[in-house]
Write a protein that binds this ligand. Structure first.
Ligand code: BYC
Ligand code: FE
Ligand code: FE
Length: 473
């Protein structure tokens, strides 16, 4: 498999598309539909060139090339990580057998379903972020938004390639469906809850790229373990792109917290709204919201779907090959904490294989804690006593064992009345949202930045912050 990407082709790729005319024609038929979708549902702001990176090889070194690109001319393509000819299945009942280059008939519908769900999230996020270009806090941020958007578009291409190449007519129909559902649409919404929420302001964008793209990282990590090798290889390359999305989230929240801390010190008050900053309580409520809708993306704590995917070899655990057990989990047990009807917490012992969504969620939560730690360090360094925290995983949940219960951020189970009376302290209120929105005014002068966020420590690809990252008409 060539590591070098063929950029002369109509659809850039490293999968020798030219060698399969039928597939090439089918994908070339989907391409204008994608472009129509991008035109209608993609970024609203018109630009004359954005400093973007494009993949030029999938190898370890030097895969990215940076240049100003007219966004609709971005070369979306199909890039799989290199094939390892010796790769074997790492888990489940087929453990030790060679990985599959084709879809086994018995797992066809499950694999297709996983690929469709993954594919559905990618364009959904572009739709959610459609309007953000109108209010970016700097040209640097505007550039990052477009970078994330074009790469999510490419992730859609990655899943559409698999559907077209391996799932026949049904796969091609599902590929069309990915462009027909839309985020928040009352008739044809996106499949998973979080992808129908609005990303209405830039604090929400940083939170989304921190918390929701991070679910993407963990889900892609489990699909990278898949016995279906083309899925594994495509996810491996997507994960390289994903790292930048999470960088945007991590440093974005850093910079908001830094700016709020600076304003608190400068004006000697935590009431910084009047000074154009975002109060720490509002940032905490945004964390609570984005973290909990992202927890919902892990599915139910107990899942026979997840157990079946694991046994079949379709979806593994995070860093499966580094786990020290039998990689079959047929005899292992684990504990599940659950809310009881009397308002206390109980626990139940279950087969470990039924708790794989919970296992992945635990890895994710530990990773999310690192962000909270770094944001608290910023406050500590500024001599501010406020501390951020992740709410209890039962808080504000609509999926799994906690849905239908009211759990406070510190993990108490309360009744409806108590919840209704206190929830404005815990989740963004209408006033919070309209206040944050009122701060969102575009700052498109080179080297300038909005009032509510600190500039980044570094620019992109060694360029300074005041570089002309985006050419505007
Ligand atoms: N909303 O056994 P259960 C990303 C459904 S993000 C609505 O609990 P399972 C990205 C579920 O489908 C990563 N419905 O769940 C980030 C099932 O329906 P059926 C996306 C939900 O199957 C930012 C039923 O409830 N990738 O890449 O174990 C920007 C009970 O299911 C939800 C993936 O998710 C929900 N939140 O786990 C751009 C990987 N949760 O079968 C991109 C592929 C569950 O009863 N997906 N349901 O009709 C999966 O692995 C699994 O489908 C899930 C659910 C983890 C999502
Ligand atoms: Fe993605
Ligand atoms: Fe992403």
């Amino acid at each position: 498999m060539p590591e070098k990407i063929d950029y002369d082709a109509k659809i850039p790729n490293n999968v020798d598309l030219a060698g399969d005319r039928r597939l090439q024609r089918a994908l070339e038929g989907w391409q204008p539909k994608f472009m129509n979708w991008w035109g209608e549902m993609g970024p609203t702001l018109a630009t004359q060139g954005v400093y973007l990176r494009t993949a030029i090889s999938v190898g370890r070194e030097g895969w990215a090339h940076f240049d100003h690109v007219n966004v609709p001319d971005y070369r979306w393509g199909i890039f799989l990580a290199e094939r390892d000819p010796d790769r074997t299945i790492a888990f489940g009942e087929h453990r030790g057998e060679p990985v599959w280059q084709q879809v086994p008939g018995e797992y066809r519908s499950e694999l297709q379903r996983l690929i469709v769900i993954q594919g559905d999230t990618e364009p959904a996020s572009v739709e959610q972020q459609k309007l953000l270009g109108l209010t970016a806090p700097s040209l640097y941020d505007l550039r990052n938004l477009f970078q994330v958007n074009v790469e999510e578009g490419r992730h859609l291409w990655a899943m559409v390639y698999l559907l077209h190449a391996y799932f026949g007519r049904e796969g091609r129909e599902e590929a069309e469906g990915l462009l027909l559902r839309n985020s928040g649409s009352p008739d044809a919404p996106r499949i998973l809850g979080a992808f129908n929420e609005e990303t209405a302001d830039w604090l929400a964008f940083y939170m989304f790229t921190y918390f929701t793209d991070r679910d993407g990282k963990y889900q892609l990590g489990t699909l990278k373990e898949s016995a279906f090798d083309p899925l594994s290889r495509t996810c491996e390359f997507m994960l390289k792109e994903e790292a930048h999305h999470m960088f945007v989230g991590t440093t974005g929240v850093d910079r908001v917290v830094q700016r709020s801390a600076d304003l608190i010190r400068e004006h000697d008050t935590t009431d910084i709204a009047a000074h154009g900053g975002i109060p720490l309580e509002i940032i905490q409520r945004y964390i609570n919201f984005h973290y909990t809708v992202s927890l919902d993306l892990f599915g139910s704590e107990t899942s026979t779907n997840a157990a079946n995917y694991y046994t079949a070899g379709l979806k593994g655990r995070w860093l499966e090959t580094r786990r020290k057990d039998d990689h079959k989990l047929t005899d292992d047990a684990a504990l599940l904490a659950k809310p009881l009807a009397d308002g206390t917490w109980g626990s139940e012992e279950l087969q470990a294989i039924l708790l794989l969504n919970l296992d992945l969620r635990a890895e994710y939560i530990a990773d999310c804690q690192t962000g909270v730690k770094r944001w608290n360090r910023i406050l500590e360094d500024a001599g501010i006593s406020f501390r951020f925290a992740l709410p209890h995983p039962g808080f504000n949940r609509e999926v799994g064992i906690n849905s239908g219960h009211h759990v406070t951020p510190d993990g108490s189970i309360v009744d409806e009345q108590t919840w209704q009376a206190a929830k404005h302290q815990w989740l963004p209120t209408t006033e919070d949202l309209s206040f944050v929105r009122s701060l969102m005014r575009p700052v498109y002068e080179r080297g300038k930045i909005a009032s509510w966020v600190a500039p980044p420590r570094q620019g992109i690809n060694g360029k300074p912050f005041d570089y002309e990252y985006v050419y505007l008409p």
